[in-house]
Design a protein around this ligand. Sequence first.
Ligand code: BG6
Length: 493
Amino acid sequence: MHLPEACDFVVFGGTGDLALRKLLPALYQCVVEDRLPADTRVIAVSRSELDDDAYRSQVRLALAEHVSPEHHDLGAVERLLSQLHHVAVDVEDDHDWHTLFGMLKDRPGAENTVRIFYLAVAPSLFGPICRHLGQGGLADAPARVVLEKPIGHDLASARAVNDVVGSVFDESQIFRIDHYLGKESVQNLLVTRFANTFLEPLWNSHSIDHVQITVSETLGAGARAGYYDRSGAMRDMVQNHLLQLLCLVAMEPPIEIGGGREDVRDEKLKVLQALRPMRPEDVDRDTVRGRYAAGWVAGQPVPGYVEELGEAGRDSLTETYVALRAEVQNWRWAGVPFYLRTGKRLDRRASEIVVVFKDAPYDPFRQREGATEPNRLTIQVQPEEGMRIHLNAKEPGPGGYRLKPVSLDLSYANAFDKRSPDAYERLLMDVIRGNMTLFMRRDEVEAAWAWCEPILRHWESSAMPPKTYPAGSAGPTASFTLIERDGRSWQES
Ligand code: BG6
C-alpha cells in the first residue's frame, strides 16, 4: 500500500498524557524508520497559549522520558520537532478556529493532503470538534477522524457519540482505536490461526474445553482515578480490549486480512452478536466484581482504591476487577466457556489468552507414573510476547513410562531480531494509509455495549459493593470459585 503524498496530522489534546506518552513517541519511531509521508506536519491543538518552540521543548522532554535510551536518535528527534506545530484553540469557542483552519487550507497542495484529526480529548468534546471541522469544510475526504475510548458509557451514550461524529464524517472516515488490536502478538493470533493448518481442525468445541483471557495489571487507578471511578474495569477493559481479544479467538476465517475489505470486522461483529445475553440470574452466577484494598505491590505498601479516591471514595461502588464466564452461541463454540478476567493492582502484569484442549479420550499408559495435563496453547500478549504449547512428554529413563507436562516455547524476542513496535505505531500508520481493519466499526462498539449493559445495569441495581482483594494478590476469592465450580482453574503461564 502506498503512503499518501502529504499528510497533516492534527492532535486535539496535544499537551495531554496520551499525546506525550504514546502518540508523539509513536510518530517519532515512524520518523526514525522513514515511514511518515514527506511533508507531514504534526499539528498539536490545545487550549494552552504555547508557540511552536515552547511546545517543541515539551515534546523533547516527553521523548526523553518515553523513548528508551537505546532507541533515542537525536537527529530523528530534531526532524520530528521541525515538523511539529502548536495551535491554541478552545474547541468550545466558535471564534477560536481561524488560525488552525488557515494553516490547514493554505498549505500548497491542500486539496490532496490527507488530514487526520486525532481526538485525544474527553468524548464530550467530540461533538463540538467535529461540528467545527464540518463547518470549516475540513471533513471532506481525504480527511479522517480518530476516536479514543471511551466511546460512550453505555449503549445510548455510545450511539449518541457515534451519531454526532457520524453527522459530519462518513463511517469510512472514522477510525475507533482499540490499542490492543495494534499489539504485535494480538495480530500474530490472526496469523497463527489463519496462516497455519494445524490448529483450524481443532479450533472448535470438539477439541477445545474452554478459553481463558486474562489482562492483569499491577498499576492502580492512580492519577486517572477521577476518570476511572466513572468507568470501572467493565467499561474500561472488558467492553473493549477483552471482548476484542475474544472476537479474534472465536471469529470465523475472514476472506481477506489487511486489504481494504470489511471481512475481519464483519466476522468480529458476528461473534459479539453470538454472545449469550446475560439475564440478572446469569449476572449473579457468572460474574464477579472486585476492588483492591490496601496491600503490597513489588515490596511496597500501596493504598486501597477507596483511600486513593479520598473523599470521593466514600460512596464509590466502582470495580477495579472483573471476572466472568461468557458463551459464544454458534455452531463452532456451543458449550465452550470463555472465562475473562482483568484487574488493577494484581500480583503480576500479564496479558494472555489460554486455549485449553480437552483431555485425551483414552489413556493407554495404564502402568505409567507422573501426572498429565490437558494440552494448552498460551498466547502471551505482554509483558513478553510469545506463544507456548503445553504437551505431555515421556521423561527420559529406562523402564516404564513416566509422563511429564512440558512446553514448546516461541519467544518473539528470540525468534525475531527486531524491535517490537508499540501498538500505536502500527495503528497510526494504518490511519495514514487508510487501512481500517484494526479499528472498531460502529456496529461492533454498539454490539459490545449491548452485551455489557445488562451486566452493568444489574450490578447498579443490586448496589452491592464489589468484593475486596488485597492489592498485590491474584484477585478476589470469588473469581477462583467462578471457574473452580466448573471443575477448571485459572492457568498462569
Ligand atoms: C487502557 C485502560 O485502555 O488500557 C487502562 O484505560 C489500562 O486503564 C490500559 O491500564 C492497559 O493497556 P496496556 O497496553 O498497558 O495493557
